[in-house]
Design a protein around this ligand. Structure first.
Ligand code: OAD
Length: 248
Protein backbone atom coordinates (compact mmCIF):
# COMPACT_ATOMS: atom_id res chain seq x y z
CA UNK A 1 0.00 0.00 0.00
CA UNK A 2 1.18 3.50 -0.80
CA UNK A 3 0.27 6.23 1.67
CA UNK A 4 -1.38 9.33 0.22
CA UNK A 5 -0.75 12.18 -0.38
CA UNK A 6 1.97 11.14 -2.79
CA UNK A 7 4.48 13.67 -4.11
CA UNK A 8 6.92 12.85 -6.89
CA UNK A 9 9.93 15.02 -7.60
CA UNK A 10 11.67 14.47 -10.93
CA UNK A 11 14.99 15.62 -12.35
CA UNK A 12 16.76 15.17 -15.66
CA UNK A 13 17.21 11.43 -15.09
CA UNK A 14 13.50 10.72 -15.64
CA UNK A 15 13.93 11.86 -19.25
CA UNK A 16 17.31 10.19 -19.82
CA UNK A 17 15.76 7.14 -21.48
CA UNK A 18 13.79 9.42 -23.79
CA UNK A 19 17.13 10.66 -25.11
CA UNK A 20 17.23 14.03 -23.32
CA UNK A 21 20.77 14.71 -22.03
CA UNK A 22 21.17 15.12 -18.27
CA UNK A 23 23.30 17.93 -16.81
CA UNK A 24 25.78 16.06 -14.63
CA UNK A 25 27.37 12.64 -15.01
CA UNK A 26 29.69 11.30 -17.73
CA UNK A 27 27.63 12.52 -20.74
CA UNK A 28 26.01 15.46 -18.94
CA UNK A 29 25.61 18.88 -20.59
CA UNK A 30 27.73 20.55 -17.94
CA UNK A 31 30.71 18.42 -19.10
CA UNK A 32 30.72 20.20 -22.46
CA UNK A 33 29.24 23.59 -21.57
CA UNK A 34 29.77 26.02 -18.72
CA UNK A 35 26.56 27.04 -16.91
CA UNK A 36 27.91 30.57 -16.42
CA UNK A 37 28.26 31.00 -20.22
CA UNK A 38 24.76 29.79 -21.05
CA UNK A 39 22.38 29.65 -18.13
CA UNK A 40 22.69 32.93 -16.22
CA UNK A 41 21.14 36.40 -16.68
CA UNK A 42 24.68 37.77 -17.10
CA UNK A 43 25.40 35.38 -19.97
CA UNK A 44 22.18 36.47 -21.68
CA UNK A 45 22.98 40.16 -21.22
CA UNK A 46 26.47 39.57 -22.65
CA UNK A 47 25.54 37.41 -25.63
CA UNK A 48 21.83 36.71 -26.14
CA UNK A 49 22.45 35.04 -29.50
CA UNK A 50 24.88 32.51 -28.02
CA UNK A 51 22.48 31.69 -25.19
CA UNK A 52 19.61 31.38 -27.66
CA UNK A 53 21.64 29.10 -29.93
CA UNK A 54 22.11 26.74 -27.00
CA UNK A 55 18.40 26.79 -26.12
CA UNK A 56 17.45 26.41 -29.80
CA UNK A 57 19.70 23.33 -29.96
CA UNK A 58 18.09 21.87 -26.82
CA UNK A 59 14.62 22.52 -28.28
CA UNK A 60 15.71 20.64 -31.40
CA UNK A 61 16.99 17.70 -29.35
CA UNK A 62 13.90 17.51 -27.15
CA UNK A 63 11.53 17.88 -30.13
CA UNK A 64 12.82 14.48 -31.31
CA UNK A 65 12.10 12.85 -27.92
CA UNK A 66 8.96 11.19 -26.63
CA UNK A 67 7.84 10.42 -23.08
CA UNK A 68 9.12 7.09 -21.76
CA UNK A 69 7.59 4.45 -19.50
CA UNK A 70 8.44 6.46 -16.37
CA UNK A 71 6.53 9.55 -17.60
CA UNK A 72 3.60 7.34 -18.61
CA UNK A 73 3.55 5.53 -15.27
CA UNK A 74 3.33 8.87 -13.46
CA UNK A 75 0.19 9.65 -15.46
CA UNK A 76 -1.32 6.31 -14.40
CA UNK A 77 -0.38 6.94 -10.77
CA UNK A 78 -2.01 10.39 -10.89
CA UNK A 79 -5.24 8.95 -12.32
CA UNK A 80 -5.29 6.17 -9.73
CA UNK A 81 -4.60 8.59 -6.86
CA UNK A 82 -7.54 10.73 -8.02
CA UNK A 83 -9.80 7.67 -8.07
CA UNK A 84 -8.64 6.57 -4.62
CA UNK A 85 -10.36 9.48 -2.90
CA UNK A 86 -13.87 9.83 -4.21
CA UNK A 87 -15.06 13.27 -5.15
CA UNK A 88 -11.63 14.91 -5.13
CA UNK A 89 -8.69 14.47 -7.40
CA UNK A 90 -6.70 17.26 -5.83
CA UNK A 91 -4.12 17.06 -3.12
CA UNK A 92 -3.59 13.32 -3.48
CA UNK A 93 -0.84 13.55 -5.99
CA UNK A 94 1.57 16.29 -6.93
CA UNK A 95 4.30 16.04 -9.50
CA UNK A 96 7.13 18.52 -9.03
CA UNK A 97 9.73 18.68 -11.78
CA UNK A 98 13.01 20.45 -12.33
CA UNK A 99 12.80 19.57 -16.00
CA UNK A 100 12.07 22.08 -18.74
CA UNK A 101 11.59 19.50 -21.50
CA UNK A 102 7.78 19.29 -21.41
CA UNK A 103 7.73 15.48 -21.46
CA UNK A 104 5.51 15.15 -18.37
CA UNK A 105 2.91 17.39 -20.03
CA UNK A 106 3.28 15.46 -23.31
CA UNK A 107 2.62 12.20 -21.43
CA UNK A 108 -0.54 13.70 -19.87
CA UNK A 109 0.44 14.69 -16.32
CA UNK A 110 -1.91 17.36 -14.97
CA UNK A 111 -1.08 18.39 -11.43
CA UNK A 112 2.43 19.49 -12.33
CA UNK A 113 4.64 22.11 -10.71
CA UNK A 114 7.51 23.18 -12.96
CA UNK A 115 10.24 24.58 -10.75
CA UNK A 116 12.50 25.67 -13.62
CA UNK A 117 10.01 26.78 -16.28
CA UNK A 118 9.75 25.41 -19.80
CA UNK A 119 11.86 25.27 -22.95
CA UNK A 120 8.63 25.81 -24.90
CA UNK A 121 7.67 29.07 -23.25
CA UNK A 122 9.19 32.43 -24.24
CA UNK A 123 9.16 35.63 -22.20
CA UNK A 124 9.47 39.27 -23.24
CA UNK A 125 12.43 40.91 -21.49
CA UNK A 126 10.63 44.28 -21.49
CA UNK A 127 7.02 43.61 -20.54
CA UNK A 128 7.18 40.09 -19.18
CA UNK A 129 4.64 38.75 -21.70
CA UNK A 130 4.82 34.94 -21.71
CA UNK A 131 3.64 32.66 -24.43
CA UNK A 132 4.14 29.17 -25.75
CA UNK A 133 6.09 28.76 -28.98
CA UNK A 134 6.84 25.21 -30.09
CA UNK A 135 8.39 26.08 -33.44
CA UNK A 136 11.64 24.26 -34.21
CA UNK A 137 13.59 26.05 -35.49
CA UNK A 138 12.46 29.49 -34.36
CA UNK A 139 12.15 31.99 -37.20
CA UNK A 140 15.01 34.17 -35.91
CA UNK A 141 17.70 34.05 -33.23
CA UNK A 142 17.49 35.79 -30.89
CA UNK A 143 13.70 35.99 -31.21
CA UNK A 144 11.88 39.28 -30.53
CA UNK A 145 8.55 40.04 -28.91
CA UNK A 146 5.65 40.06 -31.39
CA UNK A 147 4.09 42.99 -29.48
CA UNK A 148 6.97 45.34 -28.67
CA UNK A 149 10.03 44.06 -30.56
CA UNK A 150 12.11 43.69 -27.39
CA UNK A 151 14.29 40.60 -26.96
CA UNK A 152 12.57 37.42 -25.93
CA UNK A 153 14.24 35.05 -23.48
CA UNK A 154 13.64 31.41 -22.70
CA UNK A 155 11.05 31.25 -19.90
CA UNK A 156 13.30 29.15 -17.69
CA UNK A 157 14.97 29.79 -14.36
CA UNK A 158 18.67 30.49 -14.71
CA UNK A 159 21.37 30.20 -12.07
CA UNK A 160 21.18 33.20 -9.76
CA UNK A 161 17.45 33.74 -10.45
CA UNK A 162 14.57 33.22 -8.06
CA UNK A 163 12.08 30.47 -8.62
CA UNK A 164 8.48 31.56 -9.19
CA UNK A 165 7.22 32.15 -5.64
CA UNK A 166 3.75 30.65 -6.21
CA UNK A 167 5.21 27.49 -7.72
CA UNK A 168 7.76 27.25 -4.93
CA UNK A 169 5.15 27.74 -2.19
CA UNK A 170 2.92 25.08 -3.72
CA UNK A 171 5.89 22.71 -3.91
CA UNK A 172 6.78 23.31 -0.24
CA UNK A 173 3.20 22.78 0.85
CA UNK A 174 2.91 19.56 -1.15
CA UNK A 175 6.22 18.23 0.18
CA UNK A 176 5.40 19.16 3.78
CA UNK A 177 2.05 17.39 3.53
CA UNK A 178 3.29 14.29 1.73
CA UNK A 179 2.92 10.83 3.24
CA UNK A 180 5.12 9.42 0.48
CA UNK A 181 7.70 11.27 -1.59
CA UNK A 182 9.53 9.69 -4.51
CA UNK A 183 12.59 11.40 -5.97
CA UNK A 184 13.33 10.22 -9.49
CA UNK A 185 16.46 11.02 -11.48
CA UNK A 186 17.54 14.10 -9.55
CA UNK A 187 21.14 14.58 -8.48
CA UNK A 188 19.77 16.64 -5.55
CA UNK A 189 22.69 19.05 -5.65
CA UNK A 190 20.57 21.96 -6.93
CA UNK A 191 18.14 23.43 -4.41
CA UNK A 192 15.30 23.23 -3.62
CA UNK A 193 15.19 19.55 -4.65
CA UNK A 194 17.08 18.20 -1.66
CA UNK A 195 15.27 20.47 0.82
CA UNK A 196 11.85 19.48 -0.51
CA UNK A 197 12.69 15.83 0.03
CA UNK A 198 14.08 16.49 3.50
CA UNK A 199 11.11 18.58 4.63
CA UNK A 200 8.83 15.72 3.59
CA UNK A 201 10.98 13.27 5.49
CA UNK A 202 11.03 15.50 8.60
CA UNK A 203 7.23 15.60 8.50
CA UNK A 204 7.03 11.83 8.51
CA UNK A 205 6.90 10.98 4.80
CA UNK A 206 8.32 7.77 3.47
CA UNK A 207 11.16 8.76 1.13
CA UNK A 208 11.86 6.65 -1.93
CA UNK A 209 14.69 7.27 -4.37
CA UNK A 210 14.84 5.99 -7.95
CA UNK A 211 18.26 6.62 -9.45
CA UNK A 212 20.99 4.36 -10.85
CA UNK A 213 23.53 6.34 -8.78
CA UNK A 214 23.91 7.40 -5.19
CA UNK A 215 22.93 11.00 -4.33
CA UNK A 216 23.12 13.13 -1.17
CA UNK A 217 19.52 12.03 -0.49
CA UNK A 218 20.30 8.31 -0.55
CA UNK A 219 21.32 8.35 3.10
CA UNK A 220 17.81 9.53 4.09
CA UNK A 221 15.83 7.23 1.81
CA UNK A 222 13.57 4.54 3.27
CA UNK A 223 13.64 2.65 -0.01
CA UNK A 224 16.10 2.89 -2.89
CA UNK A 225 15.58 1.55 -6.39
CA UNK A 226 18.95 1.58 -8.09
CA UNK A 227 18.26 1.53 -11.78
CA UNK A 228 16.83 3.49 -14.71
CA UNK A 229 13.51 5.19 -14.03
CA UNK A 230 11.77 3.70 -17.09
CA UNK A 231 12.34 0.23 -15.67
CA UNK A 232 12.21 0.79 -11.91
CA UNK A 233 9.12 3.02 -11.65
CA UNK A 234 6.75 0.79 -13.70
CA UNK A 235 8.00 -2.22 -11.73
CA UNK A 236 7.49 -0.47 -8.38
CA UNK A 237 4.01 0.71 -9.42
CA UNK A 238 3.00 -2.78 -10.54
CA UNK A 239 4.03 -4.17 -7.17
CA UNK A 240 2.30 -1.44 -5.09
CA UNK A 241 -0.61 -0.06 -7.05
CA UNK A 242 -3.01 0.28 -4.13
CA UNK A 243 -3.30 3.50 -2.17
CA UNK A 244 -3.92 3.82 1.54
CA UNK A 245 -6.06 6.90 2.12
CA UNK A 246 -6.41 6.50 5.89
CA UNK A 247 -3.59 8.94 6.70
CA UNK A 248 -5.11 11.83 4.80
P1 OAD B 1 21.37 16.19 -13.09
O1 OAD B 1 21.90 16.03 -14.47
O2 OAD B 1 22.16 16.96 -12.11
O3 OAD B 1 21.15 14.75 -12.45
C1 OAD B 1 20.52 13.71 -13.15
C2 OAD B 1 20.33 12.56 -12.19
O4 OAD B 1 19.66 11.54 -12.91
C3 OAD B 1 21.64 11.95 -11.67
O5 OAD B 1 21.54 11.73 -10.27
C4 OAD B 1 21.73 10.61 -12.42
O6 OAD B 1 22.34 9.60 -11.62
C5 OAD B 1 20.27 10.30 -12.64
N1 OAD B 1 19.98 9.45 -13.79
C6 OAD B 1 20.70 9.28 -14.93
N2 OAD B 1 20.08 8.42 -15.75
C7 OAD B 1 18.94 8.02 -15.13
C8 OAD B 1 17.87 7.14 -15.45
N3 OAD B 1 17.84 6.49 -16.60
N4 OAD B 1 16.87 6.99 -14.55
C9 OAD B 1 16.89 7.65 -13.37
N5 OAD B 1 17.86 8.49 -13.01
C10 OAD B 1 18.88 8.67 -13.87
O7 OAD B 1 19.89 16.74 -13.24
P2 OAD B 1 18.98 17.46 -12.17
O8 OAD B 1 19.17 16.92 -10.80
O9 OAD B 1 17.60 17.49 -12.71
O10 OAD B 1 19.16 23.66 -13.70
O11 OAD B 1 19.61 18.90 -12.24
C11 OAD B 1 18.98 19.95 -11.60
C12 OAD B 1 19.25 21.22 -12.32
O12 OAD B 1 20.65 21.38 -12.57
C13 OAD B 1 18.64 21.33 -13.70
O13 OAD B 1 17.29 21.67 -13.67
C14 OAD B 1 19.48 22.40 -14.32
C15 OAD B 1 20.83 21.89 -13.90
O14 OAD B 1 21.86 22.77 -13.86
C16 OAD B 1 19.27 24.80 -14.41
O15 OAD B 1 19.58 24.83 -15.59
C17 OAD B 1 18.97 26.02 -13.61
Amino acid sequence: MIDLPLVVLTGAGVSAESGVPTFRGPDGLWRSFRPEDLATPEAFARDPKLVWEWYAWRREVVAQCAPNAAHRTLVEIEAEAARAVSGSGHGNFTLITQNVDGLHEAAGSRNLLRLHGSLWSLRCTREGLRFEDRRVPLSQLPPVCPQCDALLRPDVVWFGERLDSQVLEAAWAAAAGAATLIVIGASAVVQPAASLALVAKQNGARLIEINPDETPLSAYADEILRGPAAIELPRWWKAHSVFDTSRR
